[in-house]
Design a binder for this molecule. Structure first.
Ligand SMILES: NCC(=O)N[C@@H](Cc1c[nH]cn1)C(=O)O
Ligand SMILES: [Zn+2]
Ligand SMILES: [Zn+2]
Length: 510
């Protein structure tokens, strides 16, 4: 099916009606149209940084129940921004209460924000997804500045705040792209639908069902899904991403005495939950990066020759991982090994213990109840339910071996599937052209070690392709201290988003 394309640009200001393929107008004309759009993006830089500053000021930490009102406040801020920038059919979708495990049984999930810009049946429709929630952050963790206050570092040319790169910067980028089109008087060549959620960092709870419901409603005409919520592999070269690992998040809760106790009075007399927990946690993985839970390795898809070769041309090195981690602690030295362990093998990470003493000083307490948190990054062909059975069985067995009178419950908190796509469809081609136009290079095609739980759901429910278009760099410190977004990545990232929409509009088919 051919689509009628109406492209009204400030420079040529012509309506071109044609079959979408071959290319409608020359490279030169397109570049001059881009010039106008890109100049407008540059001109609006202070407005865009200001929008980001206001957004990151709201501590929208989805994993902290006490901060749920802040997540909702950030949703409300974004609703205002969409309204002010001409988006229509703006809908605040409520998702009901958060499922267990949760402390407050009546805790409401934050809303999903749907909106559209343009509704022309002659144009293709692109759905852009982003998340407005963030990871926890506190200055005591070692931040150079307050995490929820945007710092504009002129010397290093970067923007620092929790959410700068993950994912408030890219999310506001889409709104900014629309503002730039409007103010430059350039027609958007596609219909744009936004789907912004507030629970991504906590497993996208409630979003699967919403997407399934809206697949034939709000999302019915979507031709492609574009997600800007990951990073370049390193710090120099842009990339397009066609794969993600999944994430199954677990907790092991050990319950003992009725209250926290004095270790001088009760130490050596009662069974300590924390002692049990560290022993169970100690059976999960070794220090060489191996998962010690039986049955997981067998589910991992074997490597093919084609995949083996695909690592050769990727621009990445041991130095990149050392620079991004600020250490020389890599478990692997060869590029291929590092990439494979980041992309195509599972990994187990231990994140922390709820209920344990963690402050400064030397508190002599025996915590009464502790929950150890860990996650497993999943890859093809690991089945999430089978994995959970293996994990729970393993933990129960390890606890039983201790012969402790305490109780132990191992459970899944949330899971999100892995995703692997074809990086040679029209959406990826459009993004590759856009990368060439903005950065002057062909992007690397990469997979990502992190997870975006909803990606596979979009692909399956909307029966459309999904493409990941990262804005930030691999050394941005997402989830870490001093999270940043380089100003050039912010500015060029928005140009990339805009150029992608224009190239995708003229691509032959979906
Ligand atoms: N930018 C994507 C991202 O950070 N995703 C999170 C998703 C997640 C899953 N469970 C908790 N968070 C990630 O950790 O990969
Ligand atoms: Zn993210
Ligand atoms: Zn994240």
């Amino acid at each position: 099916m051919y689509k009628l394309l109406s492209l009204k640009f400030g420079v040529c200001n012509k309506i071109i009606v044609s079959k979408a393929y071959p290319l409608l107008y020359t490279h030169t004309r397109k570049m001059s149209s881009f010039d106008k759009l890109f100049s407008k993006i540059d001109e609006l830089k202070p407005t865009f940084i200001n929008r980001l500053a206001k957004a990151v000021e709201i501590p929208a930490v989805s994993s902290d129940e006490s901060l749920r009102p802040m997540v909702v406040k950030k949703a409300e801020f974004l609703l205002e921004q969409l309204e002010a920038n001409g988006f229509t059919d703006i809908q605040r979708k409520e998702l009901g209460t958060q499922p267990p495990p949760v402390n407050d049984e009546n805790l409401q999930l934050p809303p999903v924000i749907l909106s559209r810009y343009g509704n022309d049946p002659a144009k293709k429709t692109v759905l852009v997804y982003g998340h407005y929630d963030v990871q926890p952050a506190s200055i005591e963790d070692g931040w150079e500045s307050e995490p929820f206050k945007l710092v504009i570092n002129e010397e290093k040319q970067l923007l620092r705040a929790r959410g700068a790169t993950d994912d408030t910067g890219p999310l506001t980028g889409w709104i900014n792209v629309i503002q730039a089109h409007r103010e430059a008087g350039i027609e958007l060549p596609v219909n744009l639908i936004t789907c912004f959620e507030g629970m991504e960092e906590s497993g996208s709870l409630g979003l699967d069902a919403l997407i399934a419901r809206e697949a034939t409603q709000y999302f019915k005409d979507v031709d492609a899904v574009c997600i800007s919520d990951n990073y370049w592999l390193g710090a120099k070269k842009p990339c397009l991403t066609y794969g993600l690992r999944g994430c199954n998040y677990y907790q092991i809760t050990i319950n003992g005495p009725a209250a926290d106790l004095h270790s001088g009075i009760f130490g050596g007399v009662i069974a300590e939950p924390m002692i049990d927990l560290v022993q169970v946690m100690g059976t999960l993985a070794d220090s060489k990066g191996n998962i010690l839970i039986k049955g997981i390795e067998e589910m991992v898809a074997p490597i093919t020759d084609k995949e083996s070769k695909s690592y050769d041309n990727i621009d990445f090195s041991l130095e990149d991982i050392e620079a991004a981690s600020g250490s020389k602690t890599s478990l692997y030295q060869k590029k291929e090994d590092i990439l494979m362990h980041r992309w195509r093998y599972p990994s187990l990470s231990i994140h922390g213990v709820e209920g344990a003493f963690s402050g400064q000083g030397a508190k002599t307490v025996i915590p009464a109840k502790v929950s150890g948190k860990f996650s497993i990054r999943t890859v093809p062909d690991i089945d999430s339910d089978k994995l959970t059975n293996l994990v729970v069985e393993h933990c129960n067995k390890a606890f039983k071996n201790l012969g402790s009178p305490n109780t132990c419950v191992a459970e899944l908190i949330h899971d999100g599937n892995y995703w692997l796509s074809d990086p040679y469809n029209s959406s990826f081609s459009a993004a590759a052209k856009a990368t060439k136009a903005v950065y002057g290079v062909e992007p690397d095609l990469t997979r990502e070690g992190g997870s975006i739980p909803i990606t596979l759901t979009f692909q399956d429910e909307l029966k459309t392709s999904v493409m990941l278009l990262p804005m930030g760099r691999g050394d941005d410190g997402a989830h870490s201290i001093n999270e940043k977004l380089d100003i050039s990545n912010f500015m060029k990232g928005m140009k990339l988003m805009a150029a992608y929409l224009h190239y995708y509009a003229e691509s032959p088919e979906k």
